[in-house]
Ligand binder design. Sequence first.
Ligand SMILES: C[C@@]1(CC(=O)O)c2cc3[nH]c(cc4nc(cc5[nH]c(cc(n2)[C@H]1CCC(=O)O)[C@@](C)(CC(=O)O)[C@@H]5CCC(=O)O)C(CC(=O)O)=C4CCC(=O)O)c(CCC(=O)O)c3CC(=O)O
Ligand SMILES: NC(=O)C1=CN([C@@H]2O[C@H](COP(=O)(O)OP(=O)(O)OC[C@H]3O[C@@H](n4cnc5c(N)ncnc54)[C@H](O)[C@@H]3O)[C@@H](O)[C@H]2O)C=CC1
Length: 410
Amino acid sequence: MQGTVMTAALVIAAHGTRDPAGQLVAHALTARVAALLPDVDVSVGFIELSHPTIPEALSAALSRCPADDKRVVVVPLMLGTGTHVRHDIPDFIEEVVAEFPDARIDYAPHLGPDPALFRAVNRRIDDAMGDWRREDTTLVLVGRGALVPDANADHVRLARMHYEQGGWRNVTPCFLQVTQPHLPEGLDRARAQGTGQILVIGHWLFPGRMRTWTHEQALAWACDHPETAVRVGEVIGDCDELAGVVLQRFRDMRPDHRVEGSPAYVCGLLLQDRQVLIVGGGNVAQRRVPTLLEAGAHVRLVSPTATPALEHLAGTGQIEWHRRPFEDSDLEGVWYVQATTDDPRVNRRVAHGAEARHTFCVRADDAWAGSAWTPATMRTRGATVSVLSNKDPRRSRALRDEIAGLLEGA
Ligand SMILES: C[C@@]1(CC(=O)O)c2cc3[nH]c(cc4nc(cc5[nH]c(cc(n2)[C@H]1CCC(=O)O)[C@@](C)(CC(=O)O)[C@@H]5CCC(=O)O)C(CC(=O)O)=C4CCC(=O)O)c(CCC(=O)O)c3CC(=O)O
Ligand SMILES: NC(=O)C1=CN([C@@H]2O[C@H](COP(=O)(O)OP(=O)(O)OC[C@H]3O[C@@H](n4cnc5c(N)ncnc54)[C@H](O)[C@@H]3O)[C@@H](O)[C@H]2O)C=CC1
């Protein structure tokens, strides 16, 4: 594909494993995705334990792009939103941005939860069930366990979705590491619920240590509890469903639309009493907050510093100010976000977290990397006039002023 890449390249960011079977499956999955995207340069990089590393894969992909059009979309091959998704991969991206300052690297949301992955796990479950009936069986769903509470809560929610939709006698979530209950305790709980049949399924993408530990711990427990029948399911692995979700995450970043762009769709957000997040308390935020307050929004500002005008709004209780750097959890419960820091790395993280939550986000420093734009606005004669041009704010402002003049003269 050298020199002929017409669109953004795709780098799949996988975990990596010492297990050769796991590495083979990651490469097989990459090949399956590549077959679905014949015109795209598709490659894989690993966070740890395998090569190439993510920075190596990104640098190689960018080197293959045309000199004047270096674009890559990174899709994290991660089921949950632990520290790999929130910190490690963004850090790797920043490393490479420093090396290729003219490149554009978009970072797609993680994989799960996605109905296609839910179907894939259900197929693995059916394979392991054999002649068992779900109404006689308790499903023990094993996750890794993360330092990020949201990620663990997502696993418990997933278990509940299996219960609601799966026809199981019961479903028990548990974890291998970091948080409770661990797998043996999950199995104890399943037994205490009076079932003689337990199906253990690890929520893993590939063979590796997690899969091995799940099998070992489940079988050890089964040996100690011969009165209970235990079966253990397989990993999601290289399959069409997983490749389809990776493809979807890539396409959702609309990598081909980023150059020309399509017009923004204009709508009026009714923000009365809804939470709006502003990250960065500088001049841009200061210009935008008053309009949001006029619309009745609850404005939460997260920023180590703020302009005197914003500080005044916080001091008088008109906005809520958290005087610290941005954290991913600031996005919880938010309808609309403005990333207005002077640090592109922070703005990228804000936009990535918002994208994963399907929350519209303005990126003040990089029009196409966000999902919304701020128009030039005025209110006159009981109406709001807003002007958006194709990423040309000075033209929008000039047109707005021209329209204002016409309306005032009318
Ligand atoms: C895409 C968008 C996304 C968004 O932020 O919402 C965006 C993006 C960017 N603006 C940049 C620069 C400036 N923008 C302004 C002013 C305004 N910017 C506004 C909207 C938008 N700006 C959205 C597009 C809307 C559209 O196209 O119609 C207005 C209309 C609304 C408002 O802000 O309220 C407001 C005028 C309203 C008024 O005056 O009333 C000024 C002038 C100034 O600050 O005085 C400068 C300095 C210019 C200079 O001097 O060169 C940069 C480069 C940053 C960098 O260099 O890093 C980017 C990033 C990029 O283009 O990728
Ligand atoms: N879209 C637009 O209309 C315009 C966009 N810009 C772009 O927007 C960026 C911001 O512009 P200004 O407001 O003038 O910058 P500024 O320098 O006045 O303010 C930046 C703010 O971000 C905060 N910040 C830094 N790191 C943070 C973190 N980790 N978490 C939370 N907050 C953090 C700072 O404390 C500061 O309050 C510029 O770097 C420029 O790229 C600039 C002018 C207009």
